[in-house]
Design a protein around this ligand. Structure first.
Ligand SMILES: N[C@@H](CCC(=O)N[C@@H](CS)C(=O)NCC(=O)O)C(=O)O
Length: 223
């Protein structure tokens, strides 16, 4: 099985698949594109015009959650629960993770302060739900979302946590979500998670935010 991941270097959704591929030690090739100037073939290949896309031999998969479930079912130890109800709940938390990624980006790219604040509030609300879920014992993360082993929920949230920690001025009060904080701090130290960050992330991430020129970047990323 030949795997080719179509990627934009800074995309957190692509990184979810990189974490899964690396965790499962599956060899894959990466083709990077620029989203603001995509090659012509990308429009043909990606039905929603988004990354990640995974080419599996001649077949095409899109949507990070779908790609990750395909990888999970095809390679190595399972990263989702075998029980249908638990598995469905894990999928639901992955969806919440996607909403939180969009809230984060909304907050740091909104053109003006009110838009940025509204997205920040949305992020806080989503994390509040996550905190209440995690604080129910079990399963408080120990250390991962579902217990001792990295799960697809961890793969879905890790790129978000890395970006939140990389911001020069926090957009989330971590003190209000202590269980999430503990999970996040442990997760970003996981070797496979660290290794999934694209080369040059520390410079490229603020550079991308400056280019977007939103209210947050103008306040906290001048120069
Ligand atoms: N629901 C999608 C979201 C992917 C997504 O939004 N990717 C962004 C880059 S981080 C993208 O390709 N944006 C291009 C666009 O929306 O035109 C997934 O989970 O794969």
């Amino acid at each position: 099985m030949q795997l080719e991941l179509i990627s934009f270097k800074l995309c957190p959704f692509v990184q979810r698949s990189v974490i899964t591929l690396r965790h499962k030690e599956v060899p894959f090739d990466t083709t990077f594109i620029q989203l603001d100037d995509p090659p012509e073939w990308f429009g043909e290949l990606s039905p929603l015009g988004k990354v990640p896309v995974l080419k599996v031999d001649d077949a095409v998969l899109f949507e990070s959650a779908v790609i990750n479930e395909f990888l999970d079912e095809s390679c190595g130890d399972r990263m989702l629960a075998s029980d249908p109800l638990e598995r469905a709940q894990q999928r639901a938390w992955i969806e919440l993770g996607s909403a939180a990624i969009f809230a984060m980006f909304g907050s740091i790219t909104a053109p003006e302060e009110p838009g940025s604040t509204a997205k920040r509030d949305e992020l806080a609300k989503l994390f509040g739900h996550l905190e209440r879920q995690l604080a129910k014992a079990p399963p408080a993360p120990s250390p991962f979302f579902t217990g001792a082993r990295l799960s697809l929920v961890d793969a879905a949230f890790a790129p978000l946590f890395q970006r939140l920690f990389a911001l020069p001025e926090p957009i989330l009060d971590w003190n209000t979500v202590p269980t999430v904080k503990r999970w996040a701090e442990r997760l970003v130290e996981e070797p496979v998670v660290r290794a999934s960050l694209p080369d040059g992330f520390d410079e490229l991430f603020p550079m991308m935010l400056r280019k977007q020129n939103g209210w947050y970047a103008r306040q906290h990323l001048a120069g």
